[in-house]
Design a protein around this ligand. Structure first.
Ligand code: FAD
Ligand code: NAI
Length: 477
């Protein structure tokens, strides 16, 4: 007898930050929800959380913290009057701790799904036919299941992009998973791409002792950031020991016992880089493989993303897509916001994602964070503006911390004073940026921030001072 299909209001394919959050919100709104995810641990157990939890946000921050602690013990503690005898590191323990943090998150997500009565299926989800209101989804895992869904949310994420002719082997040529699992500090580490992964992972291994060389194709370093921030970041990273070469053209990559990268430098001169390991972090591509999208006519755009409108609707009725697999920044919090908004829309409620106030954070040391427009953007859009900056050097808490690198920069409309962008490079920039996000979401002016009482001594006073600086009224500089 044919197996009876299980019927749901919503079936979510993918349990990364986009998918599992969409599933939880849909369940909270009273719908019958299933969530399918294929990620598994080395011993075959489900590991929901997607790239973010397993090989992205969470493990990278765990290793960034461990390596920063080591770096502080080696270089910063003495200044605080703390003497450390002979310092040594245990990379295996660092990786073990990172894995434990990941597992806590996997288990937490499984618990949340269960608590919210979301039915979790461990396996690959694929369209198997159907039509509006009754999409058929097949799960292939240890057991196979046939599901029928009124709505489907595709949240299948992204995969690392490889260099042409240099496939990842995760022994010598590493993607993000490989970069997070290096078991011995490589003497020489190469990084292709000075983007977010390249800088974060390059920082981890540099702090632990690798000589790191970064090759970037674009002439501008951190082109997406405000120019003043990018310039400061370049200066600091070079001082820390990262060798950064921009405007290079990477050619052949050869692997033997080591990796040799042939490239032309910014002057067009042929160069060779030989390293023990090579991290390739040149962006990511949408992951739609195995979804059987073509069979149901799910439209992809010219770059392979699932094509969606501003409400995350695909070309198929009742089929939605969120997160890295659709246009927009590849960020966990953007995926989550889209997931919530889609669940709301399915329930006939209002769904909201404000792309103008999605914050960006790069978790290097100093951290880099921004929201809104850069100065080069407002200039090119012909907007009249004023800026105000305040250095952490003049902030009492930063001095007490012993971390005075960087500054806060506000950009405000010249006539209305409305905040257009806030850019931070410095200690705890990832936390400080939240104030700017709230301010921009509420349409605040720089004067609003300047008039708010900020605790003393705190790094947040640099936000107030930079806002005051827009009107030339800084108090502590
Ligand atoms: P994913 O997290 O990729 O999840 C997709 C899930 O779907 C996966 O579990 C996958 O196995 C599953 N799946 C795919 N196809 C199928 C199928 N057919 N059937 C069943 N399951 C399927 N972003 C930040 O905001 N902050 C950070 O600090 C940050 N750090 C990062 C560090 C690194 C090294 C990397 C690589 C990324 C980082 N990101 C960060 C980006 C962030 O990880 C992604 O933006 C986020 O994970 C996207 O969420 P998602 O739900 O769209 O996709
Ligand atoms: P990225 O887009 O941040 O950076 C890729 C870099 O590689 C760019 O500077 C690009 O110019 C360069 N590049 C491209 N092709 C090249 C080539 N052939 N040779 C040399 N350089 C080349 O991508 P990355 O670092 O791979 O990260 C992927 C995404 O993951 C990010 O865009 C981000 O959305 C997300 N992420 C977010 C983090 C965070 O929020 N803190 C941390 C890590 C990743």
């Amino acid at each position: 007898m044919a197996e009876l299909a299980k019927t749901f209001d919503v079936v979510v394919i993918g349990a990364g930050p986009g998918g599992y959050i969409a599933a939880i919100r849909a369940a909270q709104l009273g719908m019958q929800v299933a969530c399918i995810d294929e990620w598994q641990t080395a011993d075959g157990k489900p590991a929901p959380g997607g790239t973010c939890t397993n090989v992205g946000c969470i493990p990278s921050k765990a290793l960034l913290q461990s390596s920063e602690n080591y770096d502080h013990a080696a270089h910063a503690f003495a200044d605080h009057g703390i003497k450390v005898g002979s310092l040594s590191m245990d990379v295996a323990q660092m990786l073990k701790r990172k894995d434990k943090v990941v597992k806590q998150n996997n288990d937490g997500i499984l618990y949340l799904l269960k608590k919210n009565k979301v039915t979790f299926f461990h396996g690959k989800g694929a369209f198997a036919g159907g039509a509006a209101g009754a999409w058929q989804v097949k799960v292939s895992g240890k057991a196979s299941e046939s599901l029928v869904a009124k709505h489907v949310i595709v949240a299948t994420g992204s995969s690392p992009r490889a260099l042409p002719g240099a496939p990842f082997d995760n022994k010598l040529i590493l993607d993000n998973s490989g970069a997070l699992a290096i078991t011995e500090v490589p003497k020489r580490l190469g990084v292709i791409g000075a983007g977010v992964i390249g800088l974060e992972m390059g920082s981890v291994w540099r702090r632990l002792g690798s000589a790191v060389t970064v090759l970037e194709a674009l002439p501008a370093f951190l082109g997406a950031a405000d120019e003043a921030v990018a310039k400061e970041a370049n200066k600091v990273f070079v001082k820390q020991g990262l060798a950064i070469h921009t405007a290079v053209k990477v050619g052949t990559v050869k692997c033997a016992k080591e990796v040799t990268v042939e490239y032309n430098d910014s002057a067009g001169k042929a160069q060779t880089l030989t390293v023990d390991k090579l991290i390739v972090s040149i962006g990511r591509v949408p992951h739609t493989e195995g979804l059987n999208a073509a069979a149901v006519g799910l439209k992809l755009d010219e770059r392979g993303f699932v094509a969606v409108d501003e409400h995350c609707k695909t070309n198929l009725p009742n089929v939605w897509a969120v997160g890295d697999v659709v246009r927009g920044p590849m960020l966990a919090h953007k995926a989550e916001e889209e997931g919530v908004a889609v669940a709301q829309r399915i329930a006939g409620k209002y769904g909201h994602v404000d792309f103008n106030t999605v914050p960006w954070v790069i978790y290097t040391s100093p951290e880099i964070a921004w929201v809104g427009k850069t100065e080069q953007q407002v200039k090119s859009e012909g907007i009249e503006y004023r800026t105000g900056s305040f250095p952490f050097m003049a902030n009492g808490r930063a001095r007490a911390l012993g971390d005075t690198t960087g500054f806060v920069k506000f950009i405000a409309d010249k006539k209305t004073d409305r905040i257009l962008g806030v850019h931070i490079i410095g200690p705890m920039a990832s936390e400080l940026i939240a104030e700017a996000v709230v301010a921009m979401e509420f349409g605040a002016s720089s004067e609003d921030i300047a008039m708010i009482c900020h605790a003393h001594p705190s790094l947040s006073e640099a936000m107030k001072e930079a806002a005051l600086a827009v009107d030339g009224r800084t108090l502590n500089l």
